[in-house]
Design a protein around this ligand. Structure first.
Ligand code: SF4
Ligand code: SF4
Length: 350
């Protein structure tokens, strides 16, 4: 089992998830430490690894000014909060709203760490410098610029490099995620070109279906769009392999939480499963209010299927990880509209 244990007075080792559950007879999300405020699910890219399934087809909805203020007000009461970043989707598509969000965070005393951007809007140095200067003058301290072979399908390397150069000048530095992949992409012959993944892999001598892409981009999660678009060739496991692999510990991780445009909070790395929102970031959660969430806490997706979806037929081909199985189970349950914790729709229409 992939979870910690706590030693009881009688010497028994009890899984940490069960101890918390005994104490609260349910689940309480711990204080928030660090996370992202997602202003939108819309993106000009549709990267095949996107955990949030963002794309140009996502709704045009952007976090309203009122919701931004409610979010910042709620975050300002989180005593353990180190800082937040802005992300999406691609926030720069709604530039004025992004400026509003930066100012709102500052007004509410919420520390901003950075803006996450794909940099696709940095089509020349002047545009990039002007944009970053406006953001800096509103109070943004820094940026994270994405660089991956998946982004390269939509954004030429020279545009990414323009974004990095401009951010270096305006902010005195830029965090590139990841620098290793950026260096790898430098080996490609044409930096003004968008490379389909098959072509970049061929030129770089990478087999796109043997798992190497997952090693190069080591942060990938077998969930979201990656579970569908990057699963080819990976080893698959039968559902039984995930038995007893509970998710309570993941849900209680608040070091990289996200709040989506609707004000929903998700913790761990589990977008699409919400039990709290900015009106109450720490509700008491139990079987009655969130049966699917509690089943995941207790025993992971295998337990959730046993309790709540006995008729769900797992794929005989197996799954690349328990989160992949979880996502397919959630898709099935989302269509039945029985569980409030499964939302928003954007997450389930890949
Ligand atoms: S990974 Fe980032 S750039 Fe790519 S689709 Fe998702 S939000 Fe957009
Ligand atoms: S199995 Fe589901 S709930 Fe558990 S960690 Fe993965 S995505 Fe989150």
């Amino acid at each position: 089992m992939n979870q910690g244990s706590i030693k009881q007075n009688d010497g028994r080792l009890i899984p940490e998830d069960h101890v918390i559950r005994d104490r609260y007879q349910g689940c309480l999300l711990p204080p928030l430490h660090s996370g992202g405020v997602m202003l939108t699910y819309k993106c000009d890219n549709a990267c095949r690894h996107c955990l949030y399934c963002c794309s140009p087809k996502s709704s045009d909805e952007v976090m309203s000014e009122a919701m931004i203020d409610r979010t910042m007000s709620a975050l300002s009461t989180e005593r353990s909060l180190d800082g937040i970043h802005f992300g999406g989707g691609e926030c720069s598509l709604f530039f004025d709203r992004l400026l509003y969000a930066i100012r709102s965070a500052i007004q509410h005393g919420v520390r901003i760490d950075y803006l996450e951007t794909n940099g696709g809007w940095c089509i020349n140095e002047k545009t990039a410098m002007d944009g970053f200067k406006q953001l800096r003058d509103a109070g943004l301290p820094g940026v994270l610029i994405s660089a991956s072979l998946f982004h390269l399908e939509f954004i030429p390397l020279n545009v990414t490099k323009t974004a990095i150069r401009a951010a270096n000048k305006v902010f005195g530095g830029a965090f590139v995620w990841t620098g290793e992949v950026l260096r790898l992409m430098e080996q490609l012959p044409d930096h003004d070109k968008k490379y389909p993944i098959q072509e970049s892999c061929r030129l770089l001598g990478i087999d796109p279906s043997d798992g190497t892409l997952w090693n190069i981009h080591s942060y990938l999660n077998p969930c979201g769009r990656a579970a569908k678009r990057l699963a080819d060739g990976l080893k698959r496991y039968p559902v039984e392999k995930f038995t007893g692999d509970a998710c309570g510990r993941t849900f209680r991780s608040t070091s990289h939480f996200h709040i989506d445009p609707h004000g929903n909070l998700f913790t761990g790395h589990c977008p699409g499963i919400f039990v709290a929102n900015v009106d109450n970031l720490h509700p008491k959660v139990d079987e009655e209010t969130a049966p699917f969430f509690m089943a995941l806490c207790d025993g992971g997706p295998v337990e959730a299927k046993k309790r709540l979806a006995p008729k769900f037929e797992p794929d005989a081909a197996g799954y690349i990880g328990k989160c992949h199985f979880c996502l397919e189970l959630r898709r099935y349950l989302f269509e039945q509209k029985k569980f409030n914790e499964l939302c928003p729709a954007e997450m389930y229409h890949v």
